[in-house]
Design a protein around this ligand. Structure first.
Ligand code: ZN
Length: 248
């Protein structure tokens, strides 16, 4: 069967002599694996379609398993995301997260729009840490692990001060704080951002100014939630952490 879909390349690997296999996240058919023949040859028309982050229309033939590319038209090459190490690192993390965190049936058009908006925000040089944490929240939601941020996860209380229980997957009020001895005491700023992220669509992200200390807390909170509920090992994340430790 011949498919014509809009997609974003979330994984690309070499295959045989001069070919590539890419995984694309489509807006209509979840994730799809496609063989792009001759993609590595210098004169290949299809070479740029095999590059990570490329947003294009892909026309491919598929009976079962992997598809074979027939034709493609680039919509947005996102070359700026590949040219700068820092941007490439964040964008690689975003696509690897989609690749590893979501089953095919969880990756619908909403996720496609969120990834598209995430790459656009990075390319427009919006704060990459904020962009990525918001994207992590959207992916946790898509995978069915969106944390409860509006009311105490134990009693439903909406007033007073809260801590974050990453184990229970939400906030705990003071009265219920003994339900999780490992809860995280996050500042008001970090909790507010997480609550905002829970409601916000990637496409609405503007320029937010966030203090470094708050970003640090946000990172701890998001990471504990993701590690507890999704348990992913992402190569791109180790690389990002290294860059955090040794800024360039
Ligand atoms: Zn409570």
């Amino acid at each position: 069967m011949l498919y014509r879909v809009e997609g974003i390349v979330i994984r690309s690997m070499d295959y045989g002599e001069g070919n590539k296999i890419v995984t694309i996240l489509t807006n209509t058919h979840g994730k799809a694996g496609i063989v792009i023949r001759g993609a590595k040859k210098l004169k290949s028309r299809h070479g740029s379609l095999a590059q990570l982050f490329t947003h294009a229309e892909f026309v491919f033939f598929k009976k079962s398993g992997l598809g074979t590319l027939n034709h493609g038209e680039i919509i947005e090459s996102h070359h700026v995301l590949r040219e700068q190490l820092m941007m490439a690192a964040y964008a690689s993390y975003a696509v690897e997260l989609v690749d590893k965190a979501l089953q095919d049936d969880e990756a619908g058009s909403y996720v496609f729009e969120q990834l598209k908006a995430c790459l656009k925000a990075l390319a427009e040089e919006k704060d990459p840490q904020i962009t990525i944490h918001l994207f992590e929240m959207k992916m946790m939601e898509a995978a069915g692990y969106g944390p409860e941020m509006d009311a105490c996860i134990s009693c439903g209380n909406t007033d007073g001060e809260f801590s974050l229980s990453y184990r229970l997957g939400g906030i705990l009020c003071r009265r219920c704080s003994d339900k999780d001895p490992a809860r995280l005491e996050l500042g008001e700023g970090a909790l507010k951002l997480m609550r905002l992220f829970r409601r916000m669509d990637m496409r609405r992200l503007g320029n937010i100014q966030v203090k470094d200390a708050t970003k640090k807390e946000l990172k701890t909170g998001m990471r504990q939630l993701m590690d507890t509920h999704m348990g992913l090992t992402l190569k791109s994340r180790s690389f990002l952490d290294q860059m955090d430790r040794y800024p360039i």
